[in-house]
Ligand binder design. Structure first.
Ligand code: PMP
Length: 423
């Protein structure tokens, strides 16, 4: 593909106005004007199959969500310092989806703010400052969370109290991921102690999206969560990516691990595109913070956000989207594994529901360049996708949850064709 003169002009205006830190997807950027369901549309009305957008999780521009947003925006759009039924109806519906110990929710606008708040709370609760993260995680854009996000690259050094550990892949922990990852957490606490730092927090994206997608074996996170607690720290499940039914068998990613986190951060799919995020916590974690600090977030949990959040939960339930993620997700992983028997490029498939990582190989070795070629070739076939992992050697697949078996068929047929061509 090549960029039309109009789109080239747009790209130039973009870098003039937005500056050098922004990035576009694909060798030939895509110019979109509309979204509906699992599809995005360009100016000519051509449809792109979205296999990547986990924000528009119940489908792009879902009419029930848009309607709830518009109705509330036309009625009352103010913050959390007045009594209002909406925020409580939403908070109670949301908390009912968690194990009983997780009994409070605080609202933010972004996942970054939720993780940043979690760090403040953990410091107050534990008296420590040390944070353990996986070594290619992404947890946010504020200064504190950027310094906990090794995936953003060399421009941001880990914060002075941030201790990265290897991601929980089988390759990193030959002794077994569950025992190995817990040992790594303990070792990190030892390294902290050697520097006079006390642990505050282990934060884990429970699907390890930026680390390459590591869902298995189920339960492997439980010993690591126990390890950080034994050392006086808290365990934060970052559900910004896996949450809200995406992993299929469970509503939350941490539930696949049979543990109850001290805190859970939420974002992206929570508002289906409206900036709505939050932090769910065990009351004991916030006692100290609550006694000293007061919390106000101008836009977080506003009346429109609450209406949107409630509509998203209604749609997930009424359209059986978690069940769909489970069913189509299983077929997706099976389809990729079946295709792997005919294409040496397809290595390991890692999957939970509609969250998949697919390693791409050349001569039996992970190949980031080939992965990038595939991402761009699929874009030319009007299938939107991206890559993940520290080296970018895996496809990252996370379609909106209404993704159907017909959509899956289109994806697999197209991937088959593109792989045959890439030879
Ligand atoms: N945590 C994870 C796991 C994420 O993927 C992201 C966003 N990519 C964030 C936190 C930050 O969320 P936001 O962009 O809404 O600030």
């Amino acid at each position: 593909g090549h960029l039309s003169p109009e789109d080239r002009a747009l790209a130039e205006r973009r870098s003039r106005a937005l500056g050098p830190a922004y990035r576009l997807f694909y060798e030939t950027p895509v110019h979109l004007v509309r979204g509906e369901g699992v599809h995005l549309y360009d100016r000519e009305g051509k449809a792109y199959l979205d296999t990547y957008n986990n924000v528009a999780s119940v489908g792009h521009c879902h009419p029930r969500v848009v309607e709830a947003m518009a109705r509330q925006a036309a009625t009352l759009a103010t913050h959390t310092r007045y009594l209002h039924e909406g925020i409580l109806a939403y908070a109670e519906r949301l908390l009912a989806l968690f194990p009983a110990g997780l009994a409070h929710v605080m609202f933010t606008c972004t996942g970054s703010e939720a993780n940043d708040l979690a760090l403040r709370i953990a410091r107050a609760c534990t008296g420590g400052t040390g944070v353990i993260v996986t070594d290619n995680a992404y947890h946010g854009v504020t200064l504190a969370t950027a310094e906990m996000s090794m995936s953003i690259g060399p421009a941001v050094a880990p914060g002075p109290a941030v201790f990265p550990v290897p991601a929980p892949s089988a390759a990193n922990y030959p002794e077994g991921v569950a025992a190995g990852f817990a040992r790594a957490v303990n070792d990190a606490c030892d390294r902290m102690a050697a520097q006079g730092i006390r642990p505050a927090l282990l934060i884990a994206d429970t699907i390890f999206s930026s680390d390459g997608v590591h869902p298995d074996p189920e339960g492997f996170l439980a010993p690591a969560a126990a390890a950080i607690r034994a050392r006086g720290g808290l365990f934060l499940a970052d559900e910004v990516q896996p949450g809200f039914g995406r992993t299929g068998s469970r509503f939350w990613g941490f539930q696949r691990h049979g543990l109850v986190p001290d805190m859970v951060s939420l974002g992206k799919p929570m508002g289906n595109g409206y900036p709505l995020a939050g932090l769910v916590l065990q009351p004991g974690t916030i006692a100290e913070f609550g006694a000293k600090a007061r919390y106000f977030n101008t836009f977080g949990g506003n009346a429109v956000a609450a209406a949107v959040g409630l509509a998203v939960l209604d749609v997930i339930r009424d359209e059986g989207l978690q069940e769909n993620a489970d069913r189509v997700g299983r077929a997706f992983a099976e389809g990729l594994r079946a295709l792997a028997s005919r294409h040496e490029a397809l290595g390991e498939t890692r999957a939970a529901g509609l969250f998949l990582g697919q390693t791409i190989l050349s001569d039996g070795r992970p190949d980031p360049a080939r992965t990038a070629r595939l991402v761009n070739a699929l874009r030319e076939e009007r299938i939107l996708i991206s890559s993940t992992g520290p080296a970018g050697d895996s496809l990252k697949i996370r379609p909106p949850l209404p993704f159907s078996m017909a959509n899956l068929d289109q994806f697999l047929t197209t991937l088959d064709k593109v792989l045959a061509r890439d030879g």
